[in-house]
Design a protein around this ligand. Structure first.
Ligand code: SAH
Length: 291
């Protein structure tokens, strides 16, 4: 790979803050990350925010195929040239916003020839300003994703893996922990990037799964319940969940909490995923009584 500083200078481009552009500048770090993922030549990879190809190159050298999604159209010809320089032909570049990508379409397209249902492996050094949004989308679309390796600002990574009870446990933690086993892969310091970010980064692994007794409808209710509970996180559940976006009535919420065996005076940050699931079932039961 060519150093991103050099590539940008050649093209008279600059790294855009609004697109979270901190390019990996150390090829050894990029290689190390790809090695730690265990991706092999049987894997179909989708890369989020390919940038100038720091990860795309070692990925294409390792995986069967890479779909590279990049929103910034200025970078596309540079990325293509970098891949051509390395003689890599197993990469499709898509110039699109990752938040508008239909993952199942990509998984399906790529499997057409082989008549098999192979899930995608997703990887990305994520633009930090939309990391949470991207993760919510991956959870929603995890039906066609086997696992994901994602790089976050270290503080956000801490929040994602936080256990209930602490300050870091959030709506994002509860939603993601419902949908995936999460493990730590590696920390990366600022000196591996251009331009250098102020903070450390962390790569996490997500092994997605489905909960048998939670179909799409119930899952939607669960996500709404979690959102409502955390909407006013310093209030007790009976107050935080009342009103707001979903217009739950206070008696309704108190009934559902009682049915689920959850003290109405607890706060959202103390509930584990199983308790949110129980509360969701109770909300469904209470809805039946209401109508
Ligand atoms: N993977 C590269 C670049 C990481 S920087 C590397 O590690 O060097 C984050 C990248 O995400 C940038 O290239 C940025 O342009 C891209 N990006 C930002 N918002 C995006 C979006 N909504 N959809 C797709 N790519 C996006």
């Amino acid at each position: 790979m060519t150093h991103p500083g050099q590539l940008l200078k050649n093209e008279k481009l600059y790294a855009g803050k609004e697109l979270g552009q901190n390019f990996l500048s150390n090829p050894a770090t990029a290689k190390m990350i790809v090695k730690k993922t265990g991706i092999s030549n049987r894997d179909r990879v989708l890369e989020i925010g390919s940038g100038l190809g720091a990860l795309t190159i070692p990925l294409a050298q390792t995986a069967m195929h890479v779909t590279a999604i990049e929103k910034d159209s200025r970078l596309i010809p540079v990325l293509q040239q970098e891949l051509d320089n390395e003689n890599l032909r197993n990469v499709d570049i898509i110039n699109k916003d990752i938040l508008k990508i239909n993952f199942s379409e990509i998984a399906h397209n790529k499997n057409r020839d082989e008549n098999q249902d192979k899930k995608l492996v997703v990887i990305g050094n994520l633009p930090y300003n939309i990391s949470s949004q991207i993760l919510f989308r991956l959870v929603e679309q995890r039906g066609c994703i086997e696992k994901a390796f994602l790089m976050f600002q270290k503080e956000l990574a801490k929040r994602i893996i936080a256990s209930p009870g602490g300050r870091d446990y959030s709506r994002l933690s509860a939603v993601v922990q419902y949908a995936a086993d999460i493990s730590f892969v590696t920390d990366i310091g600022p000196s591996s990037f251009f331009p250098k970010p102020v903070v450390d980064s962390t790569v996490l692994k997500f092994k997605f799964f489905h909960t048998k007794d939670f179909d799409k409808t119930l899952e939607k209710t669960l996500f709404n319940v979690i959102k409502a509970a955390f909407s006013k996180r310093r209030k007790t559940l009976k107050n935080s969940m009342t009103g707001g976006e979903f217009e739950f009535k206070k008696e309704f919420i108190i009934h559902a909490l009682e049915l689920a065996g959850i003290d109405a005076n607890r706060r959202a940050e103390t509930l584990n995923v199983d308790e949110f699931k129980a509360l969701t079932m109770a909300v469904k039961e209470t809805e039946k009584l209401d109508t």
